[in-house]
Design a protein around this ligand. Structure first.
Ligand code: ZN
Length: 381
């Protein structure tokens, strides 16, 4: 018997979805029992393999023995412990999970949103989980890497995920937020993803590609593909040690240059950007990319601004949605974690104060070097 400070018994309670409570079929129950709170948390069926075996639901008319049992009665399952009835607290799974988003993000609309997460490391794992918490219903994850110990200090997955592919570790975390999600994954880079996978996944107006691998070549390629599918694109990249970072978005149908025009080799800003970006994006020095330091708090601050932009972009077709950042941030935005050159190096001196977000940088079309967005512009305007 579990008692509180005053020696009073804490009554046992069962948390279970209303749907499972109504289900009178005899079956095994899986989930978690917490002795401190005396709560049985019955997992939804999609997650039952992750739960402990807790007990069984018996057919109508059965007599429960010692321990934890459910019995199918007229209106649904009734729970017993040592023959005594215990209370069930039913919830509507989807509604309960997203109840606190109400009035800000409409769950029905968010269910239809689709995100292609390119790179499932520190940035991609945070982006994916935040979008799942926002109610985005469909994910396509791409990453070739395995979760390792040195990833833990800035990845959303942890020790129990080490050794697994990042795509699978992240999928588990996503389903732990919303078991009804559609999650597809591809073990590799965007450049190698089969077209049929994208054909099936992309829905015009509802899809965003998010470049989270801090890889300029992959971002050029991803933006070309997003234009092909009429989907939006967002890139989240970092300067050395994540002292600052850059966000770039492209929305088809709005007159704006693509990533290749703006930031690809030879773009307007490339000289300045590459000066700051050399460790992360130098493809010939992959070891340096792997071991580039940077702390989670710095990476996540910049990444969360990217997440907010993604939500604004995904909700462009929803007239009742109020965008937070999209009308204020230019297509190319720099965000700094520090303005102190002693910490961040000389280039950080362009910022006046820490946590500054630029709002005035401009990027342009380069019709001679990029056919992709310029052709799209010609065909659609
Ligand atoms: Zn272009």
């Amino acid at each position: 018997m579990i008692t509180n400070f005053f020696g009073e018994e804490i009554p046992k309670t069962v948390f279970i979805s209303a749907e499972q409570l109504r289900d009178r079929e005899p079956r095994k129950l899986y989930g978690r029992y917490y002795a401190d709170t005396a709560i049985y948390n019955i997992f939804p069926p999609e997650l039952q393999t992750r739960g402990d075996y807790l007990g069984q639901v018996l057919a109508a008319g059965s007599k429960p023995g010692p321990g934890f049992w459910g019995v199918a009665e007229q209106d649904g399952v009734v729970f017993y412990y040592d023959g005594q009835k215990i209370k069930a607290e039913p919830y509507e799974l989807h509604q309960s999970i997203f109840s606190r988003n109400k009035g800000i993000l409409e769950t029905d609309q968010m269910d239809a949103k689709r995100a292609v997460i390119l790179g499932c490391g520190s940035v991609g794992s945070l982006v994916a989980l935040e979008l799942a918490r926002s109610g985005v219903g469909h994910f396509l994850l791409a990453d070739p890497d395995i979760m390792e110990y040195h990833n833990i200090c800035r990845h959303q997955c942890g020790i129990e995920d080490v050794g697994d592919l990042k795509i699978h570790a992240l999928e588990r975390k996503l389903l732990n937020i919303n078991p009804n999600l559609e999650v597809q994954s591809f073990e590799g880079l965007i450049q190698n993803m089969p077209k049929v996978m994208l054909d099936d996944f992309c829905v015009k107006g509802q899809t965003i590609f998010i470049g989270c691998a801090d890889n300029r070549g992959a971002d050029v390629y991803a933006n070309r593909i997003s234009i092909y599918y009429g989907a939006a694109f967002l890139s989240i990249g970092f300067w050395e040690r994540a002292y600052a970072g850059e966000l770039f978005y492209h929305i088809p149908g709005r007159h704006m240059p693509c990533y290749e025009c703006a930031l690809g080799n030879g773009g307007d800003l490339s000289a300045r950007v590459q000066a700051n970006h050399h460790v992360y994006s130098n493809q010939e020095n992959l070891e340096a990319v792997k071991f580039e330091p940077g702390i989670s708090a710095d990476i996540n601050f910049i990444t969360c601004i990217g997440v907010k932009l993604s939500l604004d972009i995904l909700n462009l077709i929803n007239p009742d949605y109020k965008p937070r950042l999209l009308n204020h941030l230019q297509q190319y935005t720099l965000v700094c974690n520090t303005s102190d050159p002693e910490i961040g190096g000389d280039m950080v001196g362009i910022f006046s104060y820490p946590l500054q977000v630029t709002t005035s940088l401009k990027v342009g079309f380069r019709p001679n070097q990029c056919s992709e967005c310029c052709r799209y512009e010609m065909e659609n305007n």
